[in-house]
Design a protein around this ligand. Structure first.
Ligand code: MN
Length: 399
């Protein structure tokens, strides 16, 4: 790497943080069931401990996303949760309301045809806003399972208008430092018409909700051939890109670890962000978050693997020679333009990462450090015993 590339890599690493999801440390599964791991987190205390451990090893995961229904018991003091997070060296990040598990959501939440259910869903989100304010969280992250499964089942336009009204009402409840992220997904669990099915719908709803509503791009929530980096570029240009849920996929919303299938796609997404920053002279404010389900890999190893992969690809994308790329584009030199991206993608960034870790007194290899630390073994012993005491048996639903 040239001195200029080393400087770019250093700046990229200094500016990059990625949020871990509390649910990534717990036993999750497929819709067919789940298989328990002894070391998987049982409660929020375990999840925050695991997240703190990952942050201590990687130095770039200072916040943890939480899921209100899965992580907060009714009446739980959010300030106590914030203190617990601090004890583990992390902060509470995005608050994710749960609008899909209660029986009342059978026909939807914000899109439901019954105003009483819409009001119930809105109240849950307003409660989530209050939790966010109490813990100092910047983001309310919204994903809706709403939709219909059969043609004719509901009025698509009426459901759209219900969404517009509920999101606008919710935007009015945000604290001054809170941003609302609207996530989209083409299908599942609704299989005919999902209410917020793509980035255009999310963009339109966010624009109508208010100035602090932005779009959240979950990389797994696209059709196979869709060009995600183009969506990212458009959202950046509209100042409407709020954040990411990173994961990888082969078929649908597979929730595989980032870059396990297609690291070049992640690189191309990061390239659009670095290119935007280069052209505008400022880095856009984006919440980088992980949304994965670690069903087979050990949870903490999968998280560390993802974080390190994200750092590597973010740095590689920062090495693109933007001036040379502009020159190649001006000449319509397709081959050179593509090679400029490829050259950055294939650059070995290990020395830059090693130097950054050393300067920040972090382990040279976070994964080996974790494996040698005995953390996993201790967690397995402790959590196996607690599971027995609590009478938790293997099996059960998704999360
Ligand atoms: Mn997601």
């Amino acid at each position: 790497m040239t001195p200029l590339q080393l400087r770019r890599a250093r700046e990229a690493l200094a500016s990059f943080a990625i949020e871990t999801p509390s649910w990534g440390f717990a036993d999750t599964g497929t819709r067919f069931g789940k298989f328990f791991q002894d070391a998987a987190a049982i409660d929020l205390g375990d999840k925050l401990a695991d997240a703190g451990h990952v942050h201590a090893l990687t130095g770039c995961c200072p916040t943890v996303a939480v899921h209100v229904l899965w992580d907060f018991k009714p009446g739980e003091d959010p300030k106590a949760v914030a203190r617990l997070a601090r004890r583990h060296g992390v902060r509470i990040g995005a608050i994710n309301p749960n609008l899909f598990q209660d029986q009342c959501y059978k026909w939807g939440s914000f899109g439901h045809n019954d105003p009483a259910v819409r009001a119930h869903a809105l109240q849950h989100c307003v409660d989530s806003v209050a939790i966010g304010q109490a813990v100092g969280s910047e983001y309310l992250s919204l994903w809706f399972a709403d939709g219909i499964n059969y043609p004719g089942q509901g009025s698509i336009r009426e459901r759209k208008r219900n969404f517009e009204a509920a999101l606008r009402a919710l935007h009015g409840k945000l604290g001054p430092k809170q941003t609302m992220l609207v996530e989209y997904k083409p299908f599942e669990p609704a299989f005919y018409a999902t209410d917020v099915a793509d980035w255009g719908m999310a963009l339109l709803l966010a624009k109508k909700a208010g100035p602090r509503a932005k779009v959240l791009v979950d990389t797994g929530h696209h059709y196979v051939a869709q060009n995600i980096e183009q969506i990212v570029a458009w959202l950046l240009d509209e100042d409407m890109l709020g954040g990411f849920h990173f994961n990888d996929r082969r078929y649908a919303d597979d929730d595989l670890t980032l870059g396990s299938i297609d690291p070049y796609q992640v690189f191309r997404i990061f390239h659009e962000i670095h290119a935007f920053a280069h052209d505008r002279g400022r880095r856009p404010k984006i919440a980088y978050m992980i949304d994965q389900s670690h069903n087979e890999k050990p949870k903490i190893e999968a998280t560390i693997q993802t974080v390190v992969m994200a750092q590597e690809l973010y740095v590689k994308a920062a090495l693109v020679d933007h001036d040379a790329l502009h020159r190649a584009q001006a000449r319509n030199n397709v081959v050179d333009a593509e090679l400029i991206l490829k050259r950055a993608f294939f650059t070995d960034v290990a020395p830059a990462l090693a130097a950054w870790r050393k300067a920040n007194r972090l382990p040279a290899d976070p994964l080996s450090e974790h494996r040698n630390s005995g953390y996993e073994r201790r967690a397995a012993v402790d959590r196996r015993r607690r599971r027995q005491e609590l009478g938790i048996k293997p099996g059960g639903g998704y999360a």
